[in-house]
Design a protein around this ligand. Sequence first.
Ligand SMILES: Nc1nc2c(ncn2[C@@H]2O[C@H](COP(=O)(O)OP(=O)(O)OP(=O)(O)O)[C@@H](O)[C@H]2O)c(=O)[nH]1
Ligand SMILES: [Zn+2]
Length: 347
Amino acid sequence: MTPDLKILGWTQFFTSQLSTDEIETLTPVRIAEVRRRSLIALKADLSREERPLTGELVATDFAVGDFALIDPDRIIRRLDRRTLISRKAAGPMSQAQLIAANIDTLFITTSCNHDFNEARLERYLAIAIEAEATPVIAITKADKPEDITAEEYAERARAIYDGAAVIVLNAKDPDAFDELAKYCSTGQTIALVGSSGVGKSTIARGLTGLDIDIGDIREDDAKGRHTTTARSMYRMLAGGWLIDTPGMRELALHDASEGISTLFEDITDLTTACKFSDCAHDTEPGCAVRAALDDGSLDADRLARWRKLVEEDTRNSETIAETRQRGRKFGKMVKSAMKVKSAKRGE
Ligand SMILES: Nc1nc2c(ncn2[C@@H]2O[C@H](COP(=O)(O)OP(=O)(O)OP(=O)(O)O)[C@@H](O)[C@H]2O)c(=O)[nH]1
Ligand SMILES: [Zn+2]
């Protein structure tokens, strides 16, 4: 294993998954693009090579940012991920779609104006924590704050979660990137999320020196054609990688109960102190959550946001679980129908 692989974001975590045989015969790569029937593999010399998806390998099992092993002709296997960001796909078949793998830091972007919103930040924080990526809150437009000062926005952000660094910046100032750069050095992989207009593309351009538009990659059109071949992995000036895939823009919360528990650790702790284990924190006697509200140690707004987030997560996670269940039943039905057919044909 050559140390050059570090340039791709490779760590001991991935080396430990390889057999001696694999180390001798196969090439580790990072997946830079997932197409319908092939993958674009990024090699340690930074060249890109296409490999067809053959045999058991299907596009839906891969995400941009995954590490895999290839030989001169094929993809051999995907390696276990360190982190994974997925989303709930739109439409009735609400499956989880893989958005990006092995992200170290998620820059949650907002700005010093009406975009700043605790509930929105908490939703992204829960996603980052659940994915096991380090959340960093980047607040742009510090040069023209609205209503309150930039430092006051930073204070509000810091009050949300002490596990996230908060950086206030003017994304149009080249010096602003010094503070972000420490998350972007060789071996590191980042992604940017946030609403339209908060400055994601401005930050991405500053970090890469490339003329890119974050979140602007169109998804497949209704006829299932790929409408774009835009890249999804960009090398940053500091040496790391920025991943921007279709879907990063519409991240919705799902299966993030752990992320929510960590983010709202105070409330999680209170709920375990309620008299009834299925307490709805409503009118039940012995409710520790209500007691905290009453003595002023718990903020009512924060509790309301927690409730909404838990509800959203539960709703979305259920649909995904149900879809999976349906899919499995359908698969079984097809299999048994085929068995009947082949039995009829005397196979
Ligand atoms: N003054 C100031 N303007 C900024 C800052 N960050 C971004 N802008 C401006 O805000 C506008 C939107 O920035 P973008 O980088 O396009 O925002 P985005 O998040 O990529 O938005 P979408 O492309 O719509 O998703 C542009 O005109 C930027 O020049 C900042 O820190 N200060
Ligand atoms: Zn309770």
